[in-house]
Design a protein around this ligand. Structure first.
Ligand code: MRU
Length: 361
């Protein structure tokens, strides 16, 4: 595989170009590679809700630039007016999808950084600088996650992932797929099993597309075949991304992840989660407190233009599930691989105190 910088730079998930937010419309992949420009908060919210842009870090980046768009739309005359615009936009954009903490984290970070500006122009300049910083940091985090993951999985070549936690889901080379690309770039053998990821097929459409584009061997399977694949001994490790990691290490990720973790434990296959620190939520104590996005029934009742169920049948369509931390072998982050006592490791990272048995708080 050629060096990642050159290969990846012609595929842009989220970019600020000529005062506009440009995204690759992921609903059209793999049939069509079309970039669209978003110029209003309505368009940003729609693009995030419809999954034109998706994946926790990528929606964080899109949301961050959405805050600049809010200022450009409203054209506030004073810093106070600009702060009001930012507060409204943070509420609207930050709640467009509730599970991925990166989104609310990013809009709040932009809001806080911009708020100290002493004029409307300075507020905007600060908002844009902060959004750019979020993108640069995620890019660096993905590179570091790739390096740590490639070291951790140096002898494990056949990897099962879920959904898409790659270039398309982040502002860099990806988290779970960042590990894959880092292994490939180091010249190590690597091949990926990509469950199709019902109902919106991020594995089949997106993970398969980007891995093919970057020359990594990939096989797509129905989600329901993953347990059998794991039991067959043909997978050396599972590596998935995350939308939110609670203070105790419980992991919310795309629906179906929990099932893979259970099957991996049964088969004795290690189960890793790769995620930047921006996906950790030390304020949420455990997975039970993570809000799980429920999506529209039509995503289940139809596949493309075709009905898949009788009309109006009842549907339960959670977008994410929670994998309990006991099933997680390691959390691959930009600062290294966390393992063992996740509560303690996460508290240390975020400099919080945890009360442990036998210890004073
Ligand atoms: O609904 P999606 O496609 O946004 O879900 C994406 C995932 O579940 C990813 O695994 C997660 O956001 C991590 S992306 C690095």
């Amino acid at each position: 595989m050629p060096d990642t910088e050159t290969v990846f730079d012609d595929l842009v998930t989220v970019a600020w170009t000529d005062g506009r937010l440009r995204i690759l419309d992921q609903t059209l992949l793999p049939a069509e590679e079309r970039y669209v420009d978003l110029t209003s908060v309505d368009e940003v919210v729609e693009a995030i809700r419809r999954l034109r842009v998706r994946g926790a870090p990528a929606i964080g980046g899109a949301g961050a630039y959405g805050m600049v768009i809010a200022l450009d739309e409203a054209r506030p005359a004073t810093a106070a007016e600009a702060r009001k615009v930012l507060a409204d936009a943070a509420e609207r954009i930050g709640t467009a999808r509730p599970t991925a903490v990166n989104l609310s984290w990013a809009v709040e970070r932009v809001s806080a950084a911009a708020a100290v500006g002493s004029s409307a122009a300075e507020v905007r300049a600060r908002a844009l600088a902060e959004a750019d910083a979020i993108v640069a940091e995620d890019r660096a985090a993905c590179d570091a996650i790739g390096r740590h993951g490639a070291d951790e999985l140096v002898d494990r070549h056949r990897l099962l992932t879920h959904c898409n936690a790659g270039r398309l889901a982040t502002l860099g080379i990806g988290t779970a797929l960042g590990v894959v690309y880092a292994k490939a770039a180091a010249g190590h053998p690597v091949e990926v099993y990509a469950p199709e990821t019902r109902p919106l097929l991020q594995g089949a459409r997106l993970t398969a597309w980007e891995l093919r584009r970057f020359g990594v061997p990939v096989s797509v399977l129905p989600d329901s075949a993953a347990a059998m694949l794991l039991a067959s001994g043909r997978v050396d490790a599972v590596v998935v991304g995350a939308d939110r990691i609670a203070a105790n290490g419980d992991v919310a990720n795309k629906i179906g992840t929990f099932g893979h973790a259970v099957a991996a434990a049964r088969a004795g296959v290690p189960f890793y989660v790769a995620a930047p620190l921006s996906t950790f939520d030390p304020d949420t104590p455990d997975g039970d407190r993570i809000e799980i996005e429920q999506r529209d029934a039509t995503e289940i009742r139809r596949c493309g233009d075709r009905p898949t169920t009788p009309p109006d049948v009842d549907v339960w369509n959670p977008a994410f599930d929670v994998t309990p931390h006991e099933l997680v072998t390691g959390l691959i982050t930009e600062v290294g691989v966390l393992r063992g006592d996740y509560s303690l490791a996460i508290a240390r990272l975020f400099e919080r105190s945890t009360t442990r048995e036998g210890e004073a708080p």
